[in-house]
Design a protein around this ligand. Structure first.
Ligand SMILES: Nc1ncnc2c1ncn2[C@@H]1O[C@H](COP(=O)(O)OP(=O)(O)OP(=O)(O)O)[C@@H](O)[C@H]1O
Ligand code: NI
Length: 303
């Protein structure tokens, strides 16, 4: 019941000949019973990592490395071509509204998921699990509020009792109260034994709810820092993490300098220094260095 990403590199060739560096040597462990939050600015590669975990990379993607989902029945290589989606690993999509078909009730869509997966669950049982009155399932998606639709999507993800849950911006369109409910739901899934990868750029909610056990910070296709969430929030080691946290309203709303880089044909060097020349940190090949249960990407000092 865990997720292990090892040395995952994903390259997306574009028609114009350039190549998007969507993930570069990413290694990440999400043990059972825990939530790891993957954060970073728009376009840094978070959703590509989610797609890789679900073996749903865009056509033409080149990848190396491995992703293993450990289930009660054993370890499963997600790139081996065996069916596993929904059963061993499930995705909670960003927008339930676009995920659900408008012409059928929530119940009929949930029932279809249950049947396809051969799950012993019932749609009423799943509705209750996610805090929905079962009668809400008889609505069409447009009759549901954003928060209710999102809970239907979570119910669908839970239908197969997955060992691994990947939630890609599951609270993007929700207000604070509903955000906290959906995050609370993911917490319950983890407490029941799932390994949860929560992708979000809503750091404020993470700080407020304390829902994440661990934090992984991504920048320009690479992990910059990982560690216990509370420790990283209190004492970020990498400049990028520090700047990202400094942009929070509770920490002074200091905007990050510049804008995120294009991910086409990135150098092997660490690129955050390009946005922060005053840090006097140069590029040069970098590495993620492990110190206890934390890790951070090293930068070479300018001599
Ligand atoms: N199908 C695709 N073909 C080519 N490039 C893509 C494709 N999907 C994503 N990319 C590129 O890969 C990089 C990573 O994208 P990704 O969607 O993973 O970012 P993200 O961190 O999830 O951003 P956001 O927070 O906005 O969702 C971006 O540069 C994006 O433009
Ligand atoms: Ni994304």
């Amino acid at each position: 019941m865990s997720l292990r990403v090892e040395n995952l590199t994903v390259r997306l060739p574009l028609p114009n000949g350039s190549v998007v560096h969507a993930a570069s040597d990413v290694s990440l462990d999400v043990p059972r019973g825990t939530i790891t939050a993957l954060v970073g600015e728009s376009g840094c590669g978070k959703s590509i990592l989610a797609s890789a975990v679900m073996d749903q990379l865009p056509a033409g993607a080149r990848r190396s490395g491995s992703i293993t989902v450990t289930t009660p029945q054993g370890a499963l290589d997600v790139f081996a071509g065996e069916p596993f989606r929904g059963l061993h690993a499930a995705l909670v999509p960003q927008s339930a509204a676009t995920h659900l078909t408008p012409v059928r009730t929530a119940r009929s869509q949930l029932d279809e998921t249950i049947t396809t997966l051969g799950s012993p669950r019932t749609s009423d049982e799943l509705a209750v699990r996610v805090g929905l009155d079962p009668s809400a399932l008889d609505c069409y998606p447009h009759e549901l509020s954003g928060g209710m639709a999102q809970r239907v999507a979570v119910a669908g993800a839970l239908a197969g009792d997955p060992s691994v849950i990947v939630a890609d911006e599951p609270t993007a369109s929700l207000d604070r109260a509903l955000t906290d409910r959906v995050l609370g739901l993911l917490r319950e899934c983890a407490d029941d034994g799932a390994a949860v990868l929560l992708i979000t750029h809503d750091l404020a909610s993470l700080v407020r709810t304390g829902v994440a056990d661990r934090l992984a910070v991504m920048y320009a296709s690479r992990l910059m820092e990982t560690g216990p969430a509370a420790e990283v929030f209190d004492d970020p080691w990498h400049d990028y993490t520090r700047d990202l946290l400094g942009a929070l309203p509770s920490r002074g709303l200091h905007p990050l300098p510049g804008s995120p880089p294009q991910l086409t044909d990135l150098p092997d060097d660490c690129v955050y220094f390009l946005r922060r020349p005053e840090t006097r940190q140069s590029g040069g090949p970098t590495a993620l260095v492990q110190v206890g249960d934390r890790s951070y990407r090293t930068l070479r000092e300018v001599a």
